[in-house]
Write a protein that binds this ligand. Sequence first.
Ligand code: TRP
Length: 334
Amino acid sequence: MKRILTGIKPTGSPHIGNYLGAIRPALALADLPDTEALYFIADYHALTTVHDGAALAHLTREVAATWLAFGLDPEKTLFYRQSDVPEIFELSWILACFTSKGWMNKMHAYKARVADAGADADAADAGINVGIYTYPVLMAADILLFDTDLVPVGKDQVQHVEIARDMAQRINHVYKAELLRLPAAKIDEQTAVVTGLDGRKMSKSYDNTIPLFSSAKKLRKTVNQIVTDSTPPEAPKDPDTSHIFTLHKLFASAGEVAAMRERYASGIGWGDAKGALADKLEELLAGPRAKYDELMANPAQLDALLARGAERARAYAAPVIARLRAATGIRVKP
Ligand code: TRP
């Protein structure tokens, strides 16, 4: 039995790039035989940048409801909110005491923030909170607390998984025992790059996303904002250079894709191409949207579901943290 774990940072409303890049592949992984999945909302990681309480609470529920709406089964997959598992913080401190500051200085995400601050080292020190600096320690605690084997992540997160492995190795070495399991990153090479409305990578920071759950009408309006050129409707078009087709392909069956290619070749107006994409998206999203709306209408029930997940997660964490307390000499019975 392999244990896989990943965290989802609730920093923005989920869009179709998140669905294709993270949600769909993670749900498929959770369904593999001999696999146990733990998926959680990393709200304390989001707190490094989201400093509006109501917004963070709302984003956390939005993200949770999204995964459930697309079929995450909370009976099968342990699904919880990071902040509901206090053992993560206990482990985070223990790990921090075995992590050299030099390791943290070398982390790409942190270095990028320093680079953004330019030549002024004092400005970087003032503008980057310690939560951002020690972000990888908390993430390592997320992973190591559950004897995780595999961590499905995007390329930008691989370094974080590697450092978690280094921390585990160091602790095992110092106490001469297999206290922590060594995790490995799992990068899904198949994962599609999803283009946004303007043809760049779909990302909240470019403001070019198609949200997963707006109304059917709003969804159509957003699709209509995809940037196109002024080729006349009847002119034959190369589907492979069209953002509309690129998106359509990610959702449609092989047969539908072939039919769509022919329509492009014989001349399709951009308006019709967008209409066909909107139809396809609506077909995929109508069901999950209804489920999502139902979950969001009942926040107390959603919180209770997450709390039950956390309870189960804490049962998994208990022996791991007990091993560490005993080895480190913290709260050892006489
Ligand atoms: N850092 C991850 C991201 O930005 C989120 C995350 C937090 C995570 N804890 C984790 C991912 C543990 C995998 C495992 O997307």
